[in-house]
Ligand binder design. Structure first.
Ligand code: HEC
Ligand code: HEC
Ligand code: HEC
Ligand code: HEC
Ligand code: HEC
Ligand code: HEC
Length: 173
């Protein structure tokens, strides 16, 4: 007798609880497709799924850019890979593949440098990447000849070295 009364009540309570609005945010780990990368692990541990996700959207690029001001800046400046790339961060930065995963993977040896809006030509094409790029990041704040080369003309010829010089040698015939 007692069983017959309690079972339906328990079932009703259980259904109510499981479908309660906001369950997703209260029990995020249940719904996560996998552990986040090391860089974002803290967000997973604190259950802050909304840091990257918005209801109705898979991933909210605006939220990524909210934290990654350095990328937003490059896009606003119109320089570098991220100003030319697709708007969808997840196309190149997948997540939920665990602590060991590399979410910023790209093929360093076969990278087509013009994708960054800067053609590697002449001598530049034969240099090691680290001669120009820092070890821990490929983001760049230099792009004009004069940002990297000393102007021996002391301003007399203007800033646009490429007007007269190639990327092979500064010597003139
Ligand atoms: C640092 C940003 C970030 C955080 C924080 C994050 N995710 Fe994600 N999530 C992503 C990205 C990026 C993808 C897309 C992966 C892909 O398509 O390769 C994704 C995909 C998903 C998907 C698959 C969506 C689909 O339609 O295929 C689910 C479900 C999901 N996340 C749930 C969660 C839950 C639950 C949490 C909280 C524990 C969480 N995520 C936290 C970035 C994040
Ligand atoms: C709450 C802030 C926050 C949000 C939201 C966030 N990130 Fe990050 N992200 C970080 C931090 C902190 C790091 C590690 C430090 C760093 O490299 O800046 C990081 C690192 C990264 C890296 C470099 C990882 C590496 O191994 O070098 C990539 C790529 C990245 N995030 C992409 C994304 C994308 C795409 C999203 C949106 C889906 C996103 N992030 C959302 C804070 C955030
Ligand atoms: C002569 C200097 C130089 C060398 C050598 C060089 N780069 Fe670059 N790289 C640049 C400049 C300049 C930019 C574009 C800066 C900008 O406008 O943001 C850039 C941009 C990039 C970007 C895009 C970064 C972003 O997110 O915007 C990547 C990735 C990159 N380079 C990879 C490489 C790799 C891989 C190598 C070695 C094979 C290499 N670079 C060698 C100067 C160099
Ligand atoms: C077409 C592919 C592509 C897309 C789309 C893309 N990225 Fe990247 N991203 C890369 C590559 C390749 C790197 C590694 C080289 C570098 O640092 O530029 C990178 C590096 C990063 C880094 C690490 C930068 C550092 O400190 O070195 C962050 C953060 C990042 N991306 C965020 C984003 C966000 C946010 C979006 C969406 C607005 C996005 N990316 C869209 C290809 C992409
Ligand atoms: C209007 C044309 C012009 C522009 C612009 C110009 N140069 Fe020159 N540059 C020359 C000429 C001509 C010479 C050779 C005669 C001389 O030394 O003045 C030269 C010589 C040089 C040399 C010495 C090469 C050697 O013989 O060893 C360097 C280094 C150099 N330029 C760097 C630069 C840099 C860096 C810039 C940009 C900030 C620049 N130049 C802009 C015309 C120009
Ligand atoms: C991100 C930095 C960077 C930018 C931007 C850059 N270079 Fe270079 N360049 C280098 C480095 C590093 C070397 C090799 C070391 C050296 O010789 O200074 C080099 C070497 C050279 C050389 C041969 C070596 C020499 O000094 O005679 C020439 C010529 C040259 N660059 C021309 C240019 C011209 C023209 C531009 C603009 C279109 C330019 N560079 C933009 C970093 C840069």
């Amino acid at each position: 007798m007692i069983k017959r009364v309690f079972l339906p009540i328990i079932v009703i309570i259980a259904i109510g609880f499981l479908t309660y609005k906001g369950l997703e945010t209260r029990w995020p780990k249940l719904f996560s497709p996998g552990e986040l990368s090391a860089a974002h692990a803290k967000l997973g541990l604190s259950g802050d799924c909304q840091a990257c996700h918005t209801k109705g959207k898979q991933v909210d690029n605006g939220k990524c850019l909210g934290c990654h001001k350095e990328i937003k800046e490059k896009r606003d400046l119109g320089s570098g890979l991220h100003s030319l790339a697709s708007d969808e961060c997840l196309v190149c930065h997948s997540e939920h593949h665990g602590l060991e995963s590399n979410i910023a993977y790209f093929d360093h040896h076969n990278f087509d440098h013009s994708r960054a809006g800067w053609e590697l030509e002449g001598i530049h094409d034969r240099l090691k990447c680290v001669v120009c790029h820092k070890k821990d990041s490929y983001l760049m704040d230099k792009r004009n000849c004069i940002d990297c080369h000393q102007d021996i003309h002391e301003g007399e010829n203007g800033d646009d070295c490429a007007e007269c010089h190639s990327q092979d040698t500064f010597e003139m015939e």
